[in-house]
Design a protein around this ligand. Structure first.
Ligand code: SF4
Length: 450
């Protein structure tokens, strides 16, 4: 029996790529192993956005090497951003890798497995084309699904490897996205999260694979549509209950997107809006193309238009040249904005990025200390925000049994995207319910059905 195990590092884009890789392997007759030790093929889908993610990958790879010594027939495959970035040179460090392929070559996995019978199989060609959208993904959840709407990024923030490993920005055709969402809804999906590095700039340019039949059926022409127009189309799909999206670049948060979030009932009241820093000089060196005032104005307009909006963000602590004053500006911004969640990291050098050459790189202890202060403050804010929801009645979309595995325990997400666990019968999976919040935990809520 052919078996596989996938270990995924990094963002939702990678998580969804792993779902596609699992779909491909299942279509080839593989079954998924619970344990790494039992898998005939172990695939590491990697992330290179931060040094720490890269270290985690190399540590996992080292452990696999030991497993392979005990079981030489085990195949080790490496995909994702580090594979794309390092290419063949990774084999100098880890010659025991059997298969190595980049983000744009996911669909080649079956042929690479065959090829690996004769030695290491590699495909890290950078096609910048229309990739792997026809692969049937093996999704984690039947109720909530990721859907790619675009690939790559054109923004070249000076700290970021994405344009180098995922290529320039390409949008999928609206008709193809809509067809995928319609198919998902037919199979029981009730919530989609639209994925792109910068969904706000969706639609420029739309790439041109052959038109799908549903595209023609809906009478849509070949004209591009922008992101708010795409949301409107998806909002009209019968049976779909909720729409989320990630990630939004603040510079492209337009008035029409704010209008779409306010007026389209299926679009949830939650947004991930990376701030990175509240200092204009740091933002300038990051090439973020907005000032802190721009950010606050747009966020203010969004908060005015969308009641009870949940906002999460990314923060980089200790970017090159960040002064104590710059850092304090970010701390004050966190206190003022009171984000619902943050992904905070200390700055780390990434290959090919412009920030490598910036003056004023800070010592590690300064970056560590600043990161610690950000996380400490945010923990306090999040506790307060989560406690403030106790006693409220939330609408939850039921996704399945909760992690405790106890009979009769269910988990779902509120419209803000917070996890809520409660007791209830399994027939509720896939439905919207009303839950009264009785407890706020660190990363979730507990409630009772009403
Ligand atoms: S917007 Fe900036 S941080 Fe985000 S993926 Fe593009 S280059 Fe990277």
């Amino acid at each position: 029996m052919k078996s596989f195990k996938i270990l995924t590092f990094g963002c939702q884009m990678n998580e969804h790529d792993s779902e596609k890789l699992a779909g491909l392997l299942k279509a080839e007759g593989y079954s998924e192993s619970e344990r790494l030790e039992d898998a005939g093929l172990v695939l590491l889908n990697t992330c290179s956005i931060r040094e720490k993610a890269e270290q985690k990958f190399y540590s996992a790879l080292g452990k696999l090497r030991e497993l392979k010594k005990q079981n030489p027939s085990m195949k080790i495959a490496v995909s994702g951003c580090i594979a794309q970035q390092e290419g063949k040179s990774m084999l100098r460090r880890a010659p025991y890798i059997d298969i190595l392929f980049g983000n744009q070559n996911i669909d080649k996995l079956p042929s690479l497995i065959e090829e690996s019978a004769g030695g290491t199989a590699i495909d890290t060609r950078f096609t910048d084309g229309y990739e792997h959208t026809a692969i049937p993904a093996s999704r984690e959840s039947a109720v909530a699904a990721f859907v790619n709407i675009m690939y790559g990024c054109d923004n070249f923030c000076t700290y970021c490897v994405v344009p180098f490993v995922r290529g320039r920005e390409r949008s999928r055709r609206p008709g193809d996205i809509i067809r995928e969402v319609e198919e998902l809804v037919k199979s029981g999906c009730r919530e989609v999260t639209l994925l792109g590095q910068n969904v706000n700039s969706y639609g420029k340019p739309v790439i041109t694979p052959p038109l799908s039949p549903s595209y023609l059926k809906r009478g849509m022409n070949e004209k591009n549509c922008n992101f708010p127009e795409l949301l409107k189309e998806i909002n009209a799909i019968d049976g779909l209950l909720r729409i989320r999206f990630v990630t939004s670049h603040p510079k492209d948060l337009s008035g029409s997107l704010i209008g779409a979030m306010a007026n389209l009932p299926k679009v949830c009241n939650a947004i991930h809006l990376p701030l990175q820093s509240a200092s204009d000089s740091v933002l300038g060196r990051m090439n973020r193309k907005y000032t802190f005032t721009d950010y606050m104005n747009r966020l203010g307009a969004l908060r005015d238009a969308v009641p009870d909006l949940a906002v999460s963000t990314d923060i980089i602590a200790g970017f090159p040249g960040e002064t104590e004053e710059d850092f304090q500006a970010t701390i004050s911004a966190l206190e003022d904005i009171r984000f619902d969640g943050i992904f905070a990291f200390k700055y780390s050098n990434r290959p090919n990025t412009a920030a490598l050459k910036l003056p004023g790189h800070l010592p590690e202890d300064v970056r560590d200390e600043r990161l610690y202060k950000v996380l400490e403050l945010q923990d306090k804010i999040m506790q307060e925000k989560i406690s403030a929801r106790i006693g409220l009645v939330e609408e939850a979309l039921v996704e399945g049994p909760d992690k405790s595995g106890e009979m009769g325990r269910l988990t779902g997400k509120t419209r803000q995207g917070k996890i809520v666990n409660f007791e209830g019968p399994p027939e509720l999976v896939g439905r919207l319910v009303r839950v009264k919040v009785i407890e706020g935990r660190k990363h979730s809520l507990a409630g009772v059905l009403i």
